[in-house]
Design a protein around this ligand. Sequence first.
Ligand SMILES: Cc1cc2nc3c(=O)[nH]c(=O)nc-3n(C[C@H](O)[C@H](O)[C@H](O)COP(=O)(O)OP(=O)(O)OC[C@H]3O[C@@H](n4cnc5c(N)ncnc54)[C@H](O)[C@@H]3O)c2cc1C
Length: 447
Amino acid sequence: MSRTKPRPVILGAGLAGLSAAYHLHGAYDIFESSGSVGGVARSVVRDGFTFDHAIHVLYTKDPYASRLITDLLGDNFAEHERISWIYSNGVHTRYPYQANMLGLPLATVRENLLGLIESRYGATAGPIRNFEDWIHAMFGAGIAKNFMLPFNRKVWATEPCSMGFDWIADRVMLPDMDEIFSGAFRDSKIHHGPNAVFWYPEQGGTAALPQAFAERIRPVQFGMRAVSIDPCARLVQFENGETHLFETLISTLPLPTLIGLTEHVPARIRQLAAQLRANRVINVNLGIARPNISERHWVYYPEEEFEFHRVSFPGNFSASLVPSGMSSMMIEISESPTRHIERKGLVRRTIKQLCRAGVLAKQDQIVHESTTEIDPAYIIPGIDHDSIVGELQAYLRSLGILSCGRFGEWKYLNMDQAILSGKHAAEMAMGCRVPESSLNLAVVNNE
Ligand SMILES: Cc1cc2nc3c(=O)[nH]c(=O)nc-3n(C[C@H](O)[C@H](O)[C@H](O)COP(=O)(O)OP(=O)(O)OC[C@H]3O[C@@H](n4cnc5c(N)ncnc54)[C@H](O)[C@@H]3O)c2cc1C
């Protein structure tokens, strides 16, 4: 064992773990299973191209997060006005679909608008029970059929009717009728949504942010995969056999993984954790020997003939991400137990589909191809999501374990929110001492 006097231990050096370390006063230990900081917000350099793990753009409504991020990045970021489009019916329309239908076939526009009017002013359709009902109620049958349902099926790799809708908040844009009608008949340049303007590092890709954090905290201990947690002994054990005592444990591991590693967990808690679902995102990264392949940041693909749902162009986030005279693309494909993606031939299939969509030309020379995977990637909010997660969190807190970050909270958190989640966990850790009685209770429950 490393030492006798326990202090706070942080598991994971993604943005939430790094932020917890940054906000803790006094000594702590931070352990990371991989060999670098950043977690999902990391970037890799291959053949001179820098690829994030899928698109990562920075934006926040929170004044503290805004100050912290800009302070960490210093002058290493630029502000961008988002240029994002949708490709369907063989044409590009501006994002979001519901506010920009100009250019779609007239029959599609008509179907979309009639459905919208029906949903707003027609007979009420009954209670909203799931995400699919919500889409129908908000946008009507046309937009649901022509964009919202096929697109969301692909992103989540899940049927929207099996998903809750409490997570939506301002993530799905709800333009008013006037904006929708205007965007159906003329080119509307109204900026919608929280990431209409975003920040992106000038150098180093998204990884510049976690790296800036890492420079301001105690050294991260890499190659340290936690494999078991004994909450009674307050001991965490690592794959290499080392053990560390903790005073409070701040974990950024996926919530179901954390429950799986924790000893003496009651059967009910294990059963609840087993109900949590997430998907996985496969990124196909391409380097192309052609400059300025697109002037857009990214394009969405709702149609089933394309396996991917989003293609982005890193060179438009920062010229430093691509060698001179070249372009690159990141192509995102979601997978889940109900949507399997065949890995064999995936890059070839993707290239073919990109040619069909007109993004690549047959004569384009591909000078780099690779794949990366994010697992878990998107938490799939089930119908009872909040009550399950709430009970698991409360149980862990009773053991002196604070589970934070996107996967620790098991919540659709962006980078700024993961940072705030880590900060909150640090504040709880500094204020919290777990009463012995709750530890005993947890063990008794298990027996
Ligand atoms: C496809 C996709 C696109 C996204 N795009 C954006 C975007 O554009 N803008 C935005 O703001 N946010 C975006 N996000 C969200 C953002 O990536 C996350 O909110 C944030 O990076 C989560 O950080 P985290 O620290 O909570 O989790 P993670 O990044 O997952 O960090 C957890 C860390 O724990 C480590 N770990 C795991 N198991 C163990 C173990 N047993 N022992 C020790 N260490 C372990 C992992 O290696 C990892 O480093 C996106 C996410 C996805 C999936």
